[in-house]
Design a binder for this molecule. Structure first.
Ligand code: NDP
Length: 289
């Protein structure tokens, strides 16, 4: 008989992961700090454990999807001694160093540790477009591949447990700044009574098309050659940003979302790189100031 998979943490994401495992007809044990959140999974066939100790009694893989790094220790430290020989898949969002710390902690207790990052919202789990990134134990990734693939497309980045998280947070850095920029644009047109919904129909196709140039930008960055074709130099970009900032101020808004980009461009020009392409800001971003 297939060993039960234990799910620790039944928030929005933990519930979706456990439900996908139940849908795949896997035996499932669930635990949550606040017990009522386990009820719906129990009605769908999960065994509901009253304590973490009870939840980790079997010998199947343990999946943690908790709030943060601290909560993973809060939940697992008290039972660590009895987890030797078990596999832990931690899908809690952490920094790369926190993932590495957990991998070291797991090794100390004889636990096989696979760190994961979820590139999806709960409603997407098990459906198209859901992707999960993994790093840490290659054995755990291979042995539990069918469980992992049930949540979305699985990619493995190597034995350094911090890599999945590094990719995750790097992608999210782009997402948050893009959404902040979109929101700024919505406020600009909103100052003249245009709805954000109407604005989205104009902005989305253009921004989607612009992501098509990531590969070209990446090639420039990888070659560290920012000479470019002169069309989008730092000086050109400064002029564009000056205009956008002025227009925002004229519309009675603050332009603080744009300020960090504007400052990066200005500093690169001041350092004598004005004729080079915008991508040269990479040289400043890659080092701690
Ligand atoms: P929720 O806030 O819905 O759930 C958080 C879970 O953590 C709950 O089960 C909560 O228990 C538990 N928890 C928090 N602190 C502790 C603690 N000290 N001890 C024990 N349990 C604790 O979050 P999500 O389910 O949405 O997210 C879970 C993880 O998944 C996060 O790391 C998040 O970044 C990641 N993630 C979420 C995505 C999303 O779209 N939701 C997308 C990608 C990743 P209780 O119910 O008792 O409060």
């Amino acid at each position: 008989m297939m060993a039960s998979t234990t799910f620790l943490g039944l928030g929005a994401m933990g519930c979706a992961l456990a439900m996908a495992a139940l849908d795949a007809e896997r035996p499932v044990v669930v635990w949550n700090r606040t017990s009522h959140r386990a009820q719906r999974l129990g009605e769908h066939g999960a065994a509901v454990a009253a304590t973490v100790e009870q939840a980790v009694t079997g010998d199947g893989v343990i999946v943690a999807c908790l709030f943060d790094h601290r909560s993973v220790h809060d939940v697992l430290d008290p039972v660590a001694a009895r987890l030797s020989g078990r596999t832990l898949v931690n899908l809690t969002t952490t920094t790369p160093n926190q993932a590495r710390e957990l991998a070291t902690w797991a090794a100390t207790h004889g636990i096989d540790y696979l760190d994961g990052a979820i590139m999806a919202v709960p409603a997407m789990i098990g459906g198209p477009g859901s992707a999960l990134l993994y790093s840490g134990s290659a054995t755990a990734f291979e042995q539990h591949r069918s469980l992992l693939d049930g949540w979305g497309e699985s990619s493995y980045f190597g034995t350094d447990a911090g890599l999945a998280s590094l990719y995750d947070l790097a992608i999210l850095a782009g997402m948050y700044t893009m959404f902040a920029g979109f929101t700024h644009g919505a406020a600009m047109v909103g100052s003249e009574g245009v709805s954000a919904t109407e604005f989205a129909t104009r902005a989305a196709p253009f921004l989607a098309a612009m992501t098509g140039s990531f590969a070209d930008t990446a090639a420039i960055i990888d070659a560290r050659n920012y000479a470019g074709d002169g069309q989008q130099s730092l000086e050109f970009t400064q002029g564009a940003l000056d205009t956008i900032v002025q227009a925002s101020i004229d519309q009675g808004m603050n332009a603080e979302v744009l300020r960090p980009v504007h400052d990066l461009v200005r500093r690169q020009i001041a350092a004598g790189h004005g004729a080079q392409g915008f991508d040269r800001i990479f040289e400043e971003l890659r080092i701690t100031r």
